[in-house]
Design a protein around this ligand. Structure first.
Ligand code: C5P
Length: 230
């Protein structure tokens, strides 16, 4: 089965921009991610259009609410026919279990965000989280797995450790990817596609290096090739 490892982040504010970009991609080489900005602007209709173009969609809405609300939101998202959705692991055990139970196994993949990479030690301390980020990320990943989730979203820095501790069946989705010679933009710690895959990422999320490229398909080819050769 074709299982492309690249997820292109469609960080646009209109459906038109997103559709123009995907028409320049090859669905055999990538999946696409719709986040809060694009979904708020373009909604389920855009998800349907992308699925009709045979793209598999990661709906990155990071649900975080009471268990019943998150379970119902997951059910509705899955009914759109998306490939992957996510929730915040900080929503806790009951919320994660409710999300899992809402999705029949083998349908939409369900992954958790552990800690947002924008949170440093100081931010964590202000909200009363005194542990080191690495140990919290490990705890939240264990929690996600024990609740039956398929995996977590993690930065390139954590990928190798989580691959080791969580085993090979646990799905790791890694953003913050920059092919060699590309600007880091606002990403603090970047990993190349090959480094991320070699560290154990199943899927890598790439936005601007592809979406802002003069020739998006060329960059997609290059990244696919880099991964294959690795
Ligand atoms: O353009 P760029 O490659 O930086 O886009 C990365 C995508 O991954 C964005 O959609 C961003 O929201 C998402 N993301 C991230 N870092 C995280 C989690 C998600 O960059 N820790």
């Amino acid at each position: 089965m074709n299982d492309p490892r690249i997820i292109v982040a469609l960080d646009f504010s209109t459906a038109k921009q997103a559709l123009m970009l995907v028409d320049r991609l090859d669905r055999k080489l990538c999946r696409v991610k719709i986040g809060k900005e694009l979904f708020t602007a373009a909604g389920p209709q855009l998800v349907e259009k992308l699925i009709n173009k045979n793209f598999e969609v990661f709906l990155d809405l990071k649900f975080h609410d009471i268990p019943n609300t998150v379970a119902n939101a997951c059910k509705v998202a899955s009914n759109l026919g998306v490939w992957m959705i996510n929730v915040h692991a900080l929503g806790g055990k009951k919320m994660l279990s409710a999300a899992r139970e809402a999705l029949p196994l083998g349908t939409t993949k369900l992954v958790a965000v552990t800690l947002l990479t924008s949170l440093g030690n100081d931010d964590l301390s202000i909200i009363g989280l005194k542990e080191e980020p690495e140990s919290l990320i490990q705890k939240l990943s264990n929690l996600a797995r024990s609740c039956g989730l398929d995996g977590v979203v993690c930065s390139g820095l954590e990928t190798a450790q989580l691959r080791q501790t969580m085993g090979k069946e646990f799905c790791l989705v890694t953003p913050g990817i920059r092919p060699v010679n590309f600007s880091a933009n606002d990403q603090q710690r970047v990993t190349t596609p090959r480094q991320a895959i070699e560290s154990g990422a199943d899927y890598i999320v790439i936005g601007r290096p592809i979406t802002q490229a003069a020739d998006p398909l060329m960059v997609l080819w290059q990244v696919s090739d880099e991964i294959r050769r690795g």
